[in-house]
Design a protein around this ligand. Sequence first.
Ligand code: FAD
Length: 306
Amino acid sequence: MLMRNSILWAANNGTLRRQVMRSRLARPVARRFVAGETAMQALETTAQLNAKGAHVTLDYLGENVTSAAEAAAVRDTYLGLINEITQRSLDCNVSLKLTALGLDIDHDTCWANLRAILQAAQPHDLFVRLDMEGSAYTQTTLDIFEQMFVGEGFRNVGVVLQSYLYRSANDVERMNELGARVRLCKGAYKEPSTLAYPDKADVDRNYRELARRLLCYGNYPGLATHDSAIIDWVKQFVRDERIGRERYEFQMLYGVRRDLQQQLIAEGHHLRVYVPFGEAWYPYLMRRMAERPANLLFILKALRHR
Ligand SMILES: Cc1cc2nc3c(=O)[nH]c(=O)nc-3n(C[C@H](O)[C@H](O)[C@H](O)COP(=O)(O)OP(=O)(O)OC[C@H]3O[C@@H](n4cnc5c(N)ncnc54)[C@H](O)[C@@H]3O)c2cc1C
């Protein structure tokens, strides 16, 4: 826990970020978890993953932008991506963070950018997932989602719920009522025990319970986890309940448990790989370190062998 907290602290430390990102060695090492810095690299990776039978979601890295110009640049990157994905007929959708579209600046900026992306994606039936960030953004993200899904009638948008948050049980109910598509994950941010289960056993238990409700009553949930015990439980549950494979998908992060990814595909499950790209890879990489400090060893070893 101490290690996880220290790494999550480092994820938000500006000085450290600048130092790591300046280091010539860090960038190639980040490639294990990040498809590259350009959209072209990400699209090539997508084609390779598609060839192996995986669906993909592309994420342009970046969060907490502070100017309208930066937010507009993120929006334009997504518009370009949507165009390329459809031109190349890739099996791919997109994931984005609302703070990358200007949520910290003002809601109108964020709304306008998101609307432009949803409008561009809609005619191609291309799905747009709103990633879930730290708990300071949970309610706003869900409000903006409802505004788009219910208020403006975009059906190509979905959300993420985190099993570490106490509130997620209610949020699952609400999303099931709406028929909204949910990605379920455990949650990657540092949260207080007033809002989130401090014990991993409770987070895992809640994951199963929320997955059960989404599988039984939800709309094509994305079960995002590398936890093989949970994955085995899901496989058994869907067998017992006769839930077809067209009703859910597994999701995993690029570069994580590639063995398990291939196994699920070989077994005939839908598997979507979350492929991040872009120059702002530092906080993303640090969150992956926090999830599995052994990744630090992987990085240190890679640095030693270069
Ligand atoms: C597709 C996808 C989208 C996500 N989107 C969000 C989001 O929008 N918001 C959010 O807060 N979180 C998101 N996450 C991250 C998630 O919340 C967890 O932090 C992360 O998935 C680790 O939890 P786990 O379910 O894999 O289980 P854990 O219990 O953390 O891990 C189970 C096992 O998986 C393996 N593993 C897990 N993480 C790693 C890693 N980084 N490197 C190597 N092995 C690993 C290890 O073998 C570990 O023992 C997403 C995760 C995925 C897979």
